[in-house]
Design a protein around this ligand. Sequence first.
Ligand code: SF4
Length: 593
Amino acid sequence: MSAYFEIRNLKIDYKTYEKQQRVLDIERIAIEKGKTYGIVGESGSGKTVLALAIMGLLPCPPGIIKSGEIIFDGQDLLKKKNKEMGEKYRGNRIAMIFQDPMSTLNPVFTVGYQMIQIIKQHQKLNKKEAYKKAIEMIEVVKLPDVDDIMKKYPHQLSGGQRQRIIIAMALACGAEFLIADEPTRNLDVTIQASILKLMKELQKKFGVTVLFIANNLSLVSTFCDEIGILHNGKIVEQGRVEEVIKSSKNTYTKILIDSVTKGESVTKKKQEKDEVLLEVKSLKKYFPVKKRKSSKLFVKAVDDVDLKIYKGEVVGIVGESGCGKSTLVNTILNLHEPTSGQVLFDGKNIFELDKNQLRKTRKDIQIVFQDPYWSLNPRWLVKDIISEPIKVHEKLNSISILKRVEDLLELVGLPKSSAFKYPHEFSGGQRQRIAIARALAVNPKLVVLDEPTSSIDVISQAQILELLKELRGRLRLTNILISHDLSVVNYLADKVVIMYLGKIVEYGEAIEVFNNPLHPYTKALFNSIPSLESSGIESLVTLEGNVPSAINPPSGCRFHTRCSMANERCSKEMPAMKVYNDNHSAACFLYEQ
Ligand code: SF4
């Protein structure tokens, strides 16, 4: 008996000028009605090809469907003509949620207009009925101020709100089968938890069957009933989530599980702390927004921040988008002029340095950016990319420069011959190694790591984390690590700074903070992250609502509008940072004593 959704012997090739290659070879995937099946795989493993084939959207050429069946409710979708797929299935009974809602929504039309058009087209309703249905679905996905949301353009909504609109659109058209392709990839962990809970709730309410695609094993295992591991186009292992995670038989699955648990382990020893390398004192960075007759409005991105970073330690800065972590680091790097306050680097205030001193300081502070696909010049050879800072800051001849480049390549685990290749000849993980080599080229004292693993595959992520840990031990580097991935911070950082709406709300040794979080915001943040041990999506804590506006932050404790522990005092007074024990401080009235 066939399942509600089933893939049988599906073989897909891609043909290029040079060769024809098998990109997907799936023997069988079966999903029962109302269940969730998760596919985990790295980029290039065939996840998107599979999703496009199901939707009847696979570009042919270069794609060639060699054989197989995709059975949905007793019908083979591969036998349907494009017209029939468009009229009866795609967008009606089968819908897809993409990872970037901004690319799904049209930026020049309001959300309401787009919803009405789609409902009219797929549900054959008139304008009035479609409007009513749109309002109803926006309420179903729990967005506030429905009338207001209908009038907004996509860019006026947050990432989480946009993803809710996409879910509303899919369900409004009567989707029975939903393909969710990394639906929470670009969202903060707290928003991710609330979107996943919403999806689970609506799945039960509407009886939807879900194919969930992601490269995050923890996420898929928390959300799904069954899981399939896709590697080089083949399902190498599949079964119930607990079975695959607890008793995996396939080597690749084991590597995947290891790479996740590596990120989650706390193995750090407390650092010897002596000399302060960087000290931030009462730093404020306000961005002007609008001038009125008598008043000015400001985005208070960083508001009165104090921080000390000692030589040789890794400090992780964590918080949702808009919390001010990037502005704080950019101001420390002197890329933003501060509104007030000081940043002392090696004892000198970097805002008072002359041109020459500033140039020297820039050599001492280097940065590794998030996306190695954008941060390396595609027209330059790797040797030119790595040697650029050497040429700017040091007077060396070309032979010495090449020798330094080769040494750096070896240091980051790449062969010397990589020097004469271009960035496109490398994988994401290898490119990030090149970016790290470039940052280390002039022996900096401080390296800022801006989400160093968020744009690369899980397995490469684990390797880059290993490398960073090894380099930091070997070179006694001081690092500021910005990341929304707490497992990365947990793995690398000695200290953790938790930021909320421009302020530090908790600070301390990573072991302390991760094992015993104090601030209600930190607790919510930690409890919203799926892990291999999570017992289903219901176990995740959701922090409702978005970060309030930094133009007009809430009075008193800035977190009081979202805090489950708030009392009357919290909205009136701002809690000061209090030391809880030697290595751990928090700004919350609950820890005053
Ligand atoms: Fe919550 Fe009050 Fe503590 Fe702020 S001070 S985190 S609102 S309990």
